[in-house]
Design a protein. Sequence first.
Length: 225
Amino acid sequence: MNILSISNLIKTYPNGVKAIHNISLEIGNGMFGLLGPNGAGKSSLMKTIAGLQKADDGEILFNGEDVLKNPLSIKRHLGFLPQDFGVYPKVSARDLLNHLAILKGITSKNERKVQINELLNRVNLYNQRNREVHTFSGGMKQRFGVAQALLGNPKIIIVDEPTAGLDPEERNRLNLLLSEISINRIVILSTHLVEDVKNLCAQMAIIKNGMLLCMGAPSELMRGI
Ligand code: ADP
Ligand code: ADP
């Protein structure tokens, strides 16, 4: 079991915006929904958890290690599925995963090959391995993103609005995949879509204006919504 424990976290940007206002959360394996409107502080919280920016106060422990004091301790264990990758280089899906695996520090060529084939099968893109990713449909790109996030078998995966712009079938497929990969790791789903959190997450938090409004099981928090 992995445990991410956040205590009394505070982050104020130099312009005076209080993006995170005394947030405490405890997150275990499974899919955790972070729900809030635009500007709520979701990205700020994700970036701080990922060790990409400093907090002003508070503590983040991942399996007992202090993330704020030693950001590398979490970077090793973290995968990220962004909303949009921007521009893809003109290489095949398999070659792109290989480059990303090298950047992740997977030095053994054979280990990369085994892992990449396994991941391409897992996200159902093995037959598309020689295609360039920019030619993929939106759903295929997101599934490729899941494969990329899983490189190195991270213990935490952060997912930012993954189903934006997908049709219902692609959305279901991606959601199923995210559920599968959350069985033995923490997956944090940052979204403003109540429905995805309701359907996918065992635990959730609602944040607004940098503050934690509530935390618990979606069935308890969203009765009647
Ligand atoms: P969300 O991801 O929920 O949309 P953000 O964490 O991006 O929310 O933003 C929370 C608040 O912090 C917003 O008011 C936003 O304008 C502000 N903010 C975000 N990033 C910065 C930054 N780098 N500098 C100053 N203000 C920021
Ligand atoms: P999904 O798995 O997301 O449903 P598919 O693998 O069925 O997507 O393919 C999506 C699109 O890519 C379809 O229009 C399909 O015809 C096209 N396609 C599939 N395989 C190839 C290929 N090897 N080369 C070029 N286009 C392909």
